[in-house]
Structure formats: C-alpha cells, structure tokens
Design a binder for this molecule. Structure first.
Ligand SMILES: [Zn+2]
Length: 427
C-alpha cells in the first residue's frame, strides 16, 4: 500500500468535525464539504478540505490518487456494542418466536441464551475464530472500522478467557480495531441456577476470581453487566462494576431494556462510559444522563428483531442534551445484524432521529463512548485515516434506501480493507 494516498471525487465529505461529545443541536451539524479531498500519510489524515486546497499540500504531488467518482465519504462507523464471538445462529428460535412461543417456553425446550453458552463452551477456539473472522469481513464490507466486542457466552473461567483471548488475537491479525469488554455478568450460568444464593455465589466468583484474572492478563478495557429483570440486580451490578473499576476496567452497563431497574442511575453514579438499551428509561433518568458524561447507547436492532413496538426515547434524550450513540448490539438472540446502515434506518424511522443526528451517534459519539475520540469518529487532521465510501451522492440516502449495503470502499488507517469492485473480481 502507498504511504501517501489522496482521495478525490467526494460529492460529499462528511467530516463530523466539531465539539466532542455531540449534544443537542450540535448533533445535527455533520459538516459537509462538497467536491472534497482527503490526504493521508502513514495511516493518519494530513489534510482535509476542498479538492483545490488539499491538492496544494506539499505531500499531494507524490501521493497515490484514488478518485471515488462522486460518491459520499464518511468516517468509518464505530460500533460501540457488539457480542461478536458466538458459536451459531438461533434461527430456529426466531421461527418459534414468530409462531407465538414465549421466551420462557423456548428456554424450557433448551433454547435461549443458555443454548449459546452450552455451544460456546464446547466450541474449539479455531471454529470460533473462523466464524468471527467472517463476521469481521462483513463489518468491514458495511463500513465499520472499529467495534467493541464483549465476552459473556462462556460464563466460566476457561470459556470467558477463551473468548477474550480470541478477541485479542483477532484485533492483532485483521485490520479492524476491536475494543474488548468483559461481560461475565451476562446471565447466571446453568451450574449456579435454581440454587438458593446461586446468583450471589456467581457474583462472588466474578468479583474474587474472574475479574482479577481478566485484569491481570489485560484482556479487557471495560467491564459490563446485564442489569435487568431476570439477570443481575442494581446492587449486584454495583458490586461487579466496583470490582472491575478497582482492577482498572471501566464500567458500562446494559440498562432498562426489559424493565426499569435503576441501572441508568447506577451508571451515572459510577461515571460509567455508557448505559446501553434504555427502552424503559424515565424522565428522571433522561435528566440524569443529560447532566452526566455517560453515553446513552441506543440499540434499535433489538426492538426491530424482537418485533417490539417500544424503542428508546431518542428525541427526548437529544432534547435534554444527553450524549446519544447508536450501535448494532450484534448478537444471535436479539439483534443479529452487523449493519450500521440498517441501524441508521431504524434510528431515523422508528426513533425520529434525523440522518445527521444518527450519523453523529454512529461515529463521533460512539468513539467518545469507547474513549477513542482523539483518534477516530471524525475526519480531521491527525486522526486515523478510517473512512467508508458509499455508492450514493447524498449521505441522507444511506438510511433512506434501507436494507441495502451501499458501502463501496472501506479504508482503515490508510489501508483499503474492502472494495466492492475488488469483491466482484473472480476468485
Ligand atoms: Zn448487548
């Protein structure tokens, strides 16, 4: 790959330059440059602006040129909430749910999250690696350049460490950046279920054994808890996240998806990086989030896939001044999509976010939620040369033409990691 690359022919270059994080009206200002160009050197951006300006830069003369032919260029998507590593789909359960079976009935017949846990524990690391690598290629093909990924389908020491070690390996061996989160508190594992004090015993195991082990090996940056009805209580989440914090893991939390529990207030009190889901938050929660630096990460793929009418109140969160991000929540049970473009469509039509707001939520605010806004999330001099080029003339057409992959080219740190043209060549 050339060390210096000049991209020209951008009908719209959407830079997302501006204050970080984006709140309120600032979310609706994507900063679009027409007939734009970007110059990058050694994986970083060295000039951005009108083509005529950028071409005058000292490095431009010797650069390799790539004309994107009047297409739209955006910062690469930052998907700040995924469950990347899992052994198999749960398509049969999807069919049963459509036919009217409840989650409890499906769980009794051996389905649900515990079926994923059972299969992941048995799966050889190499199988999981192959599957995750195929998904990562698809993330790149849909314009995502950085993603967060959680453990949480192992729920015993060996399987949780297996997952996190795999994430570390994947981060090294392929071009997308992967940010690891320990989610030992995803659900109570089968061997602790149905016993008096079982959940408390598992929390004790996480706090005393697994969290220190994960931190010692530096296998994760964040610690997450599924704090909801039927999972972990606010008191248990507080204990787990405090233990994580003591070991250097930054808290984030699955909050108020199935029921209102008070998890959002806990996130605010703990200065968590993010509170995710938020379908059942109250006005008081919205005010508390707006006064905090906790990112409200909305996951509309879940409500869509489960066929639920209720989405998180994005408009109220934005009006109050909360930091709003969007993510796929890519997982086999409730949101099996890895397309941030589809998430933008859902955010616009179901949550009434404008295309500009949705874009800010999927790039710069998501980068803020991962503590990486100094490197990614916008197209600015000094940041990583992470871009996605879309085969459209206007960025609003990305959510508008829903259900189709418009990504034409993906560049990660100055390197082409996906090209539609190349993928059409015979193998
Ligand atoms: Zn999740």
């Amino acid at each position: 790959m050339p060390l210096t690359l000049l991209i020209t022919g951008c009908s719209q270059l959407v830079t997302l330059r501006g204050p970080v994080p984006r709140r309120g009206r600032a979310m609706a200002q994507p900063r679009v440059i027409r007939d734009a160009a970007v110059l990058m050197r050694d994986g970083r951006i060295t000039a951005v602006g009108r083509r005529t300006q950028v071409e005058r830069h000292a490095d431009a003369a010797g650069a390799e040129q790539l004309d994107v032919g009047g297409r739209v260029v955006l910062p690469g998507f930052v998907d700040s909430h995924t469950h990347l590593v899992f052994p198999a789909s749960r398509a049969e359960e999807y069919e049963q749910r459509i036919a009217g079976k409840t989650y409890e009935q499906i769980a009794r017949s051996g389905g649900g999250i515990l079926s994923t846990v059972r299969r992941l524990r048995k799966a050889p690391a190499e199988k999981l690696r192959e599957k995750a690598r195929a998904f990562l290629r698809m993330f790149a093909a849909h314009g995502t350049t950085t993603l967060e990924a959680k453990s949480g389908y192992g729920l015993d020491a060996a399987s949780e460490l297996k997952t996190l070690e795999l994430l570390r390996l994947l981060d090294k061996e392929q071009p997308l950046d992967i940010v690891s989160t320990f989610l030992g508190a995803h659900t109570v594992p089968p061997e602790y279920r149905g016993k008096p004090g079982g959940t408390e015993a598992y929390v004790g195991f996480l706090v005393r054994v697994l969290i220190p082990a994960v931190a010692l090996e530096q296998l994760a940056e964040f610690c997450d808890v599924f704090c909801d009805r039927g999972a972990f209580s606010v008191a248990q989440a507080r204990r787990i996240l405090a233990a994580g914090r003591a070991c250097g893991l930054v808290p984030r939390i699955h909050a108020e998806q199935l029921a209102h529990t008070g998890a959002t207030r806990l996130a605010v009190r703990l200065h968590a990086a993010s509170a995710d889901h938020l379908e059942k938050i109250t006005r008081g929660d919205i005010r508390a989030l707006a006064r905090s630096n906790v990112t409200a990460t909305l996951l509309p793929g879940c409500s869509f896939h489960l066929g639920l009418g209720r989405y998180a109140p994005a408009r109220e969160l934005i009006a109050a001044g909360a930091i709003v991000a969007l993510a796929t929540d890519f997982n086999p049970g409730t949101s099996p999509t890895l397309s941030m473009q589809m998430v933008l469509s859902l955010a616009c039509t179901q949550m009434r976010m404008t295309p500009a707001e949705a874009l800010a939520a999927a790039t710069i605010n998501a980068a803020y939620a991962l503590g990486r806004h100094d490197r990614i999330g916008s197209i600015e001099v000094g940041k990583y040369a992470d871009f996605a080029v879309f085969d459209l003339a206007d960025y609003r057409e990305i959510p508008y033409y829903f259900g189709v992959n418009h990504c034409w080219l993906t560049v990660k740190r100055g390197e082409i990691v996906y090209s539609r043209e190349m993928s059409l060549l015979p193998r």
